[in-house]
Design a protein around this ligand. Structure first.
Ligand SMILES: Nc1ncnc2c1ncn2[C@@H]1O[C@H](COP(=O)(O)OP(=O)(O)O)[C@@H](O)[C@H]1O
Ligand SMILES: [Mg+2]
Length: 383
């Protein structure tokens, strides 16, 4: 039985270790220590990944990690520890349900495994083994559980740290994009204002100047509106004005608004709207905005002479709106992030084309407020 002193030493080590070691190093360190304190021959950590336990770090059992063993939840020794969320003792591997062939190959006789939990959820399994037959007891299990709890914390810290870094990187990138996007419309505004000041423009040029200033200021206002809208959405202060409406009208209005942009680049917009879809309950302005966001992307990311199809059809008890373009496509690694705010597949490309990376995040939020879902498909970049 390990002494109280041994447990305390272990806790002290893990406390300081959490702060300065990488996750891999921490796991290694903990496994070596727990193996020696418990006088075991092997120690291993398996982590849950998509319903299967995958060996992550092992001592005296390195083959397990290298072999890429996968253990389904509920099956074999480790699978049962995770599914039943309790310590499992195996006195003799030869007479037990052990799935992993490597445990037998290594000649392991006795095993003790405990679940690794974080916030009440199983995230993995920690086990130790001996080559000679040994009856692990309750105290061994308690000690192993202390280590497993530390491992749970370590894994969670590591994950939070990675996420925080990624968020901070996205924010930096976003700040650069916002500055650039807000600056862009200012250039023509300032240039034309200084021309107007000189009072040398003829009426036609004056009209043209005012038109450019107006268009640029509106473009900038829309950017600011998007930014304000996203912060309202984050704050949960965002409400729909739901009433009976014609979906087709909202779609057509958005298409009309985008028509000049489409024809300027010689892009054909084809529509097929099922006439049987009549009145629905929704917020017409917001649904038009969703359509506008999808369509503006389709046009933005499609080269000259391309084509955009807009289809509205009934599927079972709901309806489906599809916007498809013949443009550059989306690489599969980016698809999962498409609807996240600040996300753009390629900052340099979108820098040239404009946009804050908020359109699809707003679209998803609006669709979900209406009780719908939104998804994207692409055969990949360049397809
Ligand atoms: N139709 C599309 N074709 C290719 N890529 C797209 C399309 N729609 C969106 N994307 C990608 O998703 C990103 C996010 O879109 P969005 O949220 O509307 O932001 P923005 O248009 O401001 O860049 C775009 O920057 C682009 O990389
Ligand atoms: Mg967009």
């Amino acid at each position: 039985m390990p002494s109280v002193e041994a447990v305390r030493r272990l806790e002290a080590v893990t406390d300081t270790a959490l702060a300065r070691l990488s996750l891999e190093e921490l796991l290694s360190e903990l496994l070596l220590r727990v193996r020696s304190i418990l006088g075991a021959d092997t120690a291993a950590v398996l982590l849950l990944n998509g319903g299967e336990l995958v060996p992550r770090v092992a001592k005296g059992l390195e083959e397990e990690v290298e072999a890429g063993v996968r253990i389904p939840l509920g099956r074999g020794f480790a699978g049962r520890v995770a599914a039943e969320r309790r310590p499992i003792f195996i006195d003799d591997v030869d007479h037990a349900d052990v799935m992993n062939p490597i445990l037998r190959q290594k000649g392991i006789r006795s095993l003790l495994g405990v679940p690794i939990l974080f916030e009440g959820k199983v995230i993995g399994v920690l086990h130790v083994g001996t080559l000679k037959r040994r009856l692990f007891d309750r105290h061994d299990a308690q000690l192993l559980q202390i280590v497993a709890d530390r491992i749970g914390l370590g894994i969670e810290y590591a994950r939070l740290y990675r996420e925080a870094q990624e968020t901070s990187r996205l924010k930096d990138e976003f700040l650069a994009t916002v500055s650039h996007e807000l600056r862009t419309p200012l250039t023509p505004i300032l240039a034309w204002v200084s021309q107007l000041r000189r009072r040398t423009l003829d009426p036609a040029r004056t009209a043209r100047a005012l038109e450019v200033i107006d268009r640029s200021a509106r473009a900038q206002a829309r950017l600011v509106d998007d930014l304000l809208e996203v912060s309202r959405m984050i704050g949960g202060k965002f409400h729909l004005d739901v009433r009976p409406m014609r979906l087709a009208s909202a779609i057509e209005a958005a298409i009309e608004a985008m028509r000049p942009a489409a024809s300027a680049r010689n892009i054909r917009v084809e529509t097929r709207l099922d006439p049987r879809i009549d009145l629905i309950q929704g917020d017409p302005d917001r649904l038009q905005q969703v359509m506008w966001n999808l369509l503006s992307n389709a046009i933005k990311f499609t080269p000259e002479g391309g084509r955009v199809d807009v289809v509205l059809e009934r599927v079972d008890s709901h309806f489906e709106l599809t916007v498809r373009d013949t443009g550059k496509g989306i690489r599969s690694e980016f698809l999962p992030y498409l609807f996240e705010r600040f996300r753009q597949a390629d900052a340099s490309v979108t820098r040239a084309l404009g946009g804050l990376g908020l359109g699809l995040a707003i679209a998803r939020h609006l669709v979900e407020l209406h009780g719908g879902t939104i998804e994207a498909e692409s055969a990949g970049e360049g397809k």
